[in-house]
Design a protein around this ligand. Structure first.
Ligand SMILES: Cc1cc2nc3c(=O)[nH]c(=O)nc-3n(C[C@H](O)[C@H](O)[C@H](O)COP(=O)(O)OP(=O)(O)OC[C@H]3O[C@@H](n4cnc5c(N)ncnc54)[C@H](O)[C@@H]3O)c2cc1C
Ligand code: FES
Length: 256
């Protein structure tokens, strides 16, 4: 429970809003597990491990702006890894990454490749220069990209691009990205009757990160995203708050 002190050894600007911080500690974790990152004097926030020694941060608010501004030699506190992570199933899999959602999916792609699975990755972003990890994902299999503004790859949402694939031929779908994107992917798989082949990683506001405080529970199941997730199968999410609302630090509902 006591954070490890991690010193930043390299800062990589991945996109205009996304930065990878490499540190001097390596953690053994399942792809999709997360760590609690303590930004001293400010906050503690959940982050996936994009590599055993790295986190990949998108600037959205106070803590992530501070992390994105860190330099080599600065330090953060790290607790974890926590949560359940993704489970590899079958031989032919599709990864669907929206924005910084590529962070927990990259280690999964590398593990799947090492196990000789057939990996197809779809990466979506608002615009071409915000596509994350296109090159590293391509080391594990084929990659297709979609941008909202059409500046690179397919012009439109990842679901439009998915439609070009024979989805029934995939054994499992792994999804992480903006919540409305995940909801649309789930709806699409549901229409085809293959939603139970999906695993989705959820982002929620976390306080303790270890299942004690209840800040991250999802309705109506009461499952805690930090302890029972962050990865859930479709049956836990289809009739849930996914894509409808989440809660802020005070517990107030924020409708999408
Ligand atoms: C299991 C898990 C893994 C995560 N992995 C990563 C990762 O690898 N890289 C990364 O950049 N981010 C990741 N996140 C999201 C990250 O924790 C939040 O972006 C961060 O806590 C925001 O803190 P802040 O102080 O910068 O922003 P705040 O000031 O707290 O919020 C700024 C804005 O971001 C929104 N926001 C805050 N927290 C979240 C959240 N958890 N999900 C969605 N929107 C949020 C708020 O509603 C607000 O609009 C992960 C979240 C979870 C739960
Ligand atoms: S953040 Fe405290 S129970 Fe999940």
């Amino acid at each position: 429970m006591i954070p490890h002190n991690a010193v930043i050894t390299e800062v990589i600007q991945q996109t205009p809003t996304i930065t990878t911080l490499k540190t001097d500690i390596k953690l053994e974790a399942l792809p999709g597990q997360f760590v609690m990152v303590w930004v001293r004097g400010l906050d503690e926030v959940p982050m996936a491990l994009s590599h055993p020694d790295s986190i990949t941060v998108q600037r959205v608010g106070e803590a992530t702006v501070a992390l994105s501004g860190m330099r080599v030699g600065d330090s953060i506190g790290i607790r974890g890894p926590f949560g359940n992570g993704f489970q590899l199933k079958g031989t032919r899999i599709m990864l669907i990454a929206g924005g910084v959602g590529g962070a927990p999916l990259l280690p999964l792609a590398l593990l799947a490749h090492a196990k000789r699975l057939d990996v197809t990755t779809i990466i979506g972003a608002r615009t071409g220069n915000e596509l994350l990890f296109e090159q590293p994902f391509s080391q594990s299999g084929s990659v297709s990209v979609a941008t909202d503004d059409g500046s690179k790859g397919y012009h439109g949402f990842v679901t439009g691009l998915m439609d070009r694939f024979d989805l029934e031929s995939f054994d499992q779908f792994y999804v992480c990205g903006p919540e409305l994107m995940m909801k649309n992917v789930l709806n699409m798989l549901q229409v085809k009757g293959i939603e139970m082949r999906s695993q989705l990683s959820l982002h929620r506001y976390f306080k303790c990160g270890i299942g004690v405080c209840g800040a991250c529970t999802i309705d109506p199941s009461g499952q805690r995203v930090c302890k029972d997730g962050p990865v859930f199968q479709a049956d836990m999410l289809i009739y849930s708050e996914l894509g409808k609302y989440h809660r802020d630090a005070t517990g107030k509902k924020i409708v999408y």
